[in-house]
Write a protein that binds this ligand. Structure first.
Ligand code: UDP
Length: 478
C-alpha cells in the first residue's frame, strides 16, 4: 500500500470519553497506521467536565493518527442525579451526532470508513449519509458481544421486571452467563440503562462489521458461534472480526520515575500491582480490609489508591468519597509498617508500564477488559475483583476458561472481602505453585495472543479483511 498520506485509506473513529473506550480506539488507530499505513482521525466526544481530561488520558497517537476533541455536548436537561453512568454515556453519544456530522463534513477529504465504539451506534447513520462503510468496535470480549446482541431475545423471554435470578442466561453457542455475572444494565427493566442497553443490542447489527478486541487464542469457541450457530446468526447480522489484543503500548518516558526506580530494585515477579481501573472505588470498610490483607500477606505491592466511598458499596467513581489523606482511611501505622514492601500511588498510575515491569508478578484488578488485556500481554496473572459493568463476566472467563486468575468466594460487590481471604489469595498468586501455574499459562497466552497480531496471524488477517471491504467500496465509488 502507498505510504503517502493523500493516497492512504482514511478512517474516522468515534470514541466516548471513557478511558475504557479511548484506549482501544487510539490503539486501533496506531495499529492501522503502523501495520497498514492507514490514516485515522479519532473523534472524542466530550462533556466539558473538569475531570474529563484525566479520565480520558488518551494514549499517545503516532504518525498518521490525528485526535480531535469535539465541542462539549450538553445533556444537563436530560439527566438528574440518579442517572446511571451507562445512560449518561449513551445520551452523550446520541446528542453528539450533529457535532460528529459537522466534524466529518468539514474534513478536507471525506473519509473512507467510519468506526464507532458500541455506545455510538446512533452515529452510524452519518456513514450512510456520506456513503461510506460503517463498523462498530466492541471494546470488550466476544462473549459480552454475544450477550449484548442476544439481549433483545432474552428481553422477549423475560416475564417480570428483573432477569430470572435462578440459573444461567443461555446464549446460543456460548458459555452460559451466571445470573450474578450479568451486566448491571440488564438487571432492572424500570431503569433507563436497561432500555439503552437494548438499543445497543439492536444497533449492533446495523453495521457492515463488528470489530472485537479479542482474538482466536482467547475466545475460539465464542467466535465460532458467530460464524456457525444459526440462532446467533439470526440475531447478529453483521460479520464479526476479532482484531485484538489492542492495548496501549509501553511508553519509555513521562511516568512516575521514583516508582520505576523502586520497581527496578525488586526481584522479578515479586510485586503485586493493585488497581481498580479508571473509576473503581472501594468502600471504607473494604479499603481497610484490603490494607490489612496486603500487610498480612507480607508480599511487595504497588497500590493505586483512591479515597474510599462513604458507606458500604464497592462501586464506581462518584463524588461522595471520604475526604482527607491516606492516614485518614488506612489502618493506623500501616504506612510506616509497610514502607519497605509497599508503594501507594494516589488516584492514577501508569498501569501499562507497571504491568510490563519485570518485578510485577501479579495484578489485583477490577477486570475491565483493557486492564485484562494489558495483564495478558505482560504475562501477569490476576486476582479478579470485579466491580461493575461486564467485569463479573470477565472475571469468570479468566478463572474458569483461561485458568489465569483467582477470585474471592463471594463477589466483592455482594460482601466485603475479609483480610484473611485477601491474604490467602495474594499468597496463592505470589508464592504458591498454583500461582506459578497461572503465570506460566499467562506467558503462553501472551505469546499466542501477540503473535496473532503479526503478519500471518489471525487478528492481522481479520484486519486485512476489513481493509479490503473499505478499499473495495472506495474503488467502486471513485
Ligand atoms: N488506567 C491507567 N491507570 C490507572 C487506572 C486505569 O492507566 O490508574 C488505564 C488502564 O491501563 C486501562 C484503562 O485505564 O487502559 C481502564 O480501562 P478498563 O477497560 O480496564 O477499565 P475501566 O476503567 O474502563 O472500567
Amino acid at each position: 500500500m502507498d505510504n503517502s498520506s493523500s493516497h492512504n485509506l482514511h478512517v474516522v473513529m468515534l470514541s466516548s470519553p471513557e478511558a475504557g473506550h479511548v484506549v482501544p480506539v487510539v490503539a486501533l488507530a496506531n495499529r492501522l497506521a503502523e501495520q497498514h499505513h492507514v490514516r485515522s482521525t479519532v473523534l472524542l466526544v466530550t462533556t466539558g467536565a473538569p475531570s474529563e481530561s484525566k479520565l480520558m488520558n488518551p494514549p499517545r497517537e503516532r504518525g498518521l493518527v490525528e485526535t480531535i476533541w469535539l465541542p462539549p455536548v450538553d445533556i444537563s436537561n436530560l439527566v438528574d442525579p440518579s442517572t446511571k453512568m451507562m445512560t449518561l454515556m449513551c445520551l452523550m453519544m446520541r446528542e453528539a451526532v450533529p457535532v460528529v456530522r459537522s466534524a466529518i463534513a468539514a474534513m478536507d477529504r471525506l473519509p473512507d470508513a467510519l468506526i464507532v465504539v458500541y455506545f455510538g451506534t446512533d452515529s452510524l447513520q452519518i456513514a450512510s449519509e456520506f456513503n461510506m462503510p460503517k463498523f462498530i468496535l466492541c471494546t470488550s470480549t466476544a462473549w459480552f458481544l454475544a450477550m449484548s446482541v442476544y439481549f433483545p431475545i432474552l428481553d422477549e423471554q423475560m416475564k417480570g421486571p428483573f432477569i430470572d435470578e435462578s440459573g444461567h442466561l443461555k446464549i446460543p453457542g456460548c458459555k452460559p452467563v451466571r445470573h450474578e455475572d450479568a451486566v448491571d444494565m440488564m438487571m432492572d427493566r424500570d431503569d433507563q440503562q436497561y432500555h439503552e442497553y437494548l438499543r445497543i443490542g439492536r444497533g449492533l447489527s446495523l453495521s457492515d462489521g463488528i470489530l472485537v478486541n479479542t482474538c482466536e487464542d482467547l475466545e475460539a469457541k465464542t467466535l465460532q458461534a458467530f460464524t456457525e450457530n444459526d440462532a446467533m446468526n439470526s440475531v447478529c447480522k453483521s460479520p464479526v472480526y476479532p482484531i485484538g489484543p489492542l492495548t496501549r503500548p509501553v511508553e519509555s518516558t513521562g511516568f512516575q520515575s521514583d516508582l520505576m526506580d523502586w520497581l527496578d530494585k525488586q526481584p522479578n515477579h515479586s510485586v503485586l500491582f493493585v488497581s481498580f481501573g479508571s473509576g473503581g472505588v472501594l468502600s471504607a470498610e473494604q479499603t481497610l480490609e484490603l490494607a490489612c490483607g496486603l500487610e498480612l500477606s507480607q508480599q511487595r505491592f504497588v497500590w493505586v489508591i483512591r479515597p474510599p466511598k462513604k458507606g458500604h458499596v464497592n462501586d464506581a467513581l462518584f463524588p461522595d468519597n471520604i475526604e482527607g489523606t491516606e492516614d485518614d482511611y488506612l489502618p493506623e501505622g500501616f504506612l510506616n509498617r509497610t514502607k519497605n514492601i509497599g508503594i501507594l500511588v494516589p488516584t492514577w498510575g501508569q498501569q501499562v508500564e507497571i504491568l510490563a515491569h519485570p518485578a510485577t508478578g501479579g495484578f489485583m484488578s477490577h477486570c475491565g477488559w483493557n486492564s485484562t488485556l494489558e495483564s495478558i500481554v505482560s504475562g501477569v496473572p490476576i486476582i479478579a475483583w470485579p466491580l461493575y459493568a461486564e467485569q463479573r463476566m470477565n472475571a469468570t472467563f479468566l478463572v474458569e476458561e483461561l485458568g489465569v486468575a483467582v477470585r474471592p468466594e463471594v463477589l466483592p460487590t455482594k460482601k466485603v472481602v475479609g483480610r484473611e481471604e485477601i491474604e490467602k489469595m495474594v499468597r496463592t498468586l505470589m508464592e504458591h505453585k498454583d500461582g506459578q501455574g497461572m503465570r506460566d499459562r499467562m506467558m503462553q497466552l501472551k505469546t499466542r495472543a501477540t503473535n496473532g497480531l503479526n503478519e500471518g496471524g489471525s487478528s492481522h488477517a481479520s484486519m486485512r479483511k476489513i481493509l479490503s471491504i473499505i478499499e473495495a467500496k472506495k474503488n467502486a465509488t471513485n
